[in-house]
Design a binder for this molecule. Structure first.
Ligand SMILES: Cc1cc2nc3c(=O)[nH]c(=O)nc-3n(C[C@H](O)[C@H](O)[C@H](O)COP(=O)(O)OP(=O)(O)OC[C@H]3O[C@@H](n4cnc5c(N)ncnc54)[C@H](O)[C@@H]3O)c2cc1C
Length: 391
């Protein structure tokens, strides 16, 4: 089962491929493969410049309608683009939260003024966004958000704390889920507010992880200001908008992601040959099982593409649970293949290998964007129609 391309789609693929090749073997050569999972902090300024170059050439936000600055690409063309991007070893994209989460949310829920102000700099790569949802007491239970916004004159004054905010250090803006009516029921008193990050009433403390990386942060709002008209979708309507943002995580990136997984899998096979465990029957079975998982993910992703336009299909419901567990298990297999060498770093400057980095980061895959348990609840309730979890 493969992606069937029309002549036009093949021409589109060739155009993508040659632009990426030209750039990534020319001016942006050093960025190849940088900024992937576990490596998000490397070359950030250069990757922002790369985002601007992509914008200038029309390769950011390609799935957005043309009237909002996109290319109006189909979901299949987006999948082609993502697959080529990974094949070309394109760097991790610093602007992806603006492109994949905030932009579509504004297109759907934003006012014309908000669209006009915020969409063009996402398309050009000039403004970087982060997502301010999670708090110490509000992760899976997102409706428990306590960060408060109070309207004083023409400004919202924000007090509270967010946590695990990816890319907060480099972001220009954050979409912050805030409580704007503490007397209303949990889901009803929230608003979705666009907050500029460069103010001295916002403190960002990076969180260092076991990998040594610190790409996410705690963000403290101590009287931070946002404009009155920068609430998306209406005051106290933030829950609906926040859920809309999560639904915009579309399936188009899955084929690109799988190409990346394929590359990682090949690295593991290569390592197994070098260490000799490729001859061990138990390792051979584990490698075969990983390969089968890859094929299942590909078939599932292609089925998702066929069902584009429908509300979350069954394939989409199981996708996150499947890929995140598969990827975590591949990381474990990679470390077992390496044996004691998995724990060694070659020498100064003591940078972890690519494999060590993605292994460590893969432990987060089953947590962010909905933990395993939450995904199972969703499958049970929405996919299988089981009774709702007691609250
Ligand atoms: C790498 C990474 C990047 C992230 N980036 C961002 C970001 O940019 N912005 C942002 O806002 N957040 C971000 N997050 C936070 C992420 O959304 C939360 O970690 C996630 O929602 C889980 O919330 P929590 O960590 O508070 O865990 P909790 O919700 O406290 O869950 C703890 C455990 O309890 C289980 N559990 C909770 N509720 C239930 C239930 N009802 N039924 C069964 N089991 C349950 C969970 O599955 C989990 O195992 C990021 C997280 C990671 C790991």
């Amino acid at each position: 089962m493969e992606l069937q391309l029309t002549k036009e789609e093949e021409a589109f693929r060739d155009k993508v491929r040659s632009w990426l090749h030209e750039q990534l073997s020319g001016p942006f050569r050093d960025l190849r493969g940088r900024g992937a999972s576990g490596d998000q902090e490397s070359h950030v300024e250069e990757r922002i410049a790369w985002g601007k170059a992509m914008g200038a050439a029309g390769w950011n936000c390609i799935g957005w309608p043309k009237e909002f600055g996109g290319r109006g690409c189909s979901i299949k063309e987006e999948a082609i683009f993502n697959e080529e991007y990974v094949r070309a070893n394109g760097p991790g994209r610093v602007g992806h939260i603006g492109e994949t989460l905030l932009g579509p949310t504004l297109i759907h829920f934003g006012s014309p003024e908000q669209q006009e102000r915020f969409l063009p700099p996402i398309v050009s790569g000039d403004e970087i966004w982060c997502q301010g949802y999670s708090e110490p007491e509000a992760g899976s239970d997102l409706a428990n958000v306590q960060t408060k916004a109070t309207l004083i004159g023409d400004e919202w004054i924000i007090e509270g704390q967010k946590i695990w905010t990816s890319g907060a250090l480099h972001a220009d803006w954050c979409f912050v889920l805030c409580r704007t009516d503490s007397t209303a029921p949990k889901h009803k008193g929230l608003s979705y507010i666009l907050v500029p990050m460069k103010q001295d009433t916002i403190e960002i403390r990076s969180i260092k992880q076991m990998s040594g990386a610190a790409e996410f942060a705690e963000v403290f709002f101590d009287g931070a200001k946002a404009r009155r008209d920068h609430v998306v979708g209406g005051v106290n309507n933030g829950w609906k908008v926040a859920m809309g943002t999560l639904a915009f995580e579309r399936g188009a990136s899955t084929l690109g992601q799988q190409y990346l997984f394929q590359q990682e899998f090949e690295q593991v096979v290569e390592a197994a040959k070098q260490t000799g465990v490729a001859k061990d029957p138990v390792f051979r079975q584990r490698l075969a099982a990983a390969w089968i998982g890859l094929k299942i993910m590909r078939v599932n992703a292609l089925r998702m593409l066929e069902h584009q336009g429908t509300e979350l299909s069954r394939e989409a419901l199981i996708s996150k649970l499947y890929w995140s567990n598969w990827h975590r298990d591949l990381g474990k297999l990679a470390m077992d293949v390496m044996g004691p060498r998995a724990e060694l770093i070659a020498g100064p400057p003591y940078e972890l290998t690519r494999m060590q980095k993605w292994y460590l980061f893969s432990r987060a895959d089953t947590i962010y964007a909905g933990s395993n348990q939450i995904q199972r609840n969703i499958i049970g309730e929405r996919g299988l129609g089981l009774p709702k979890e007691p609250r």
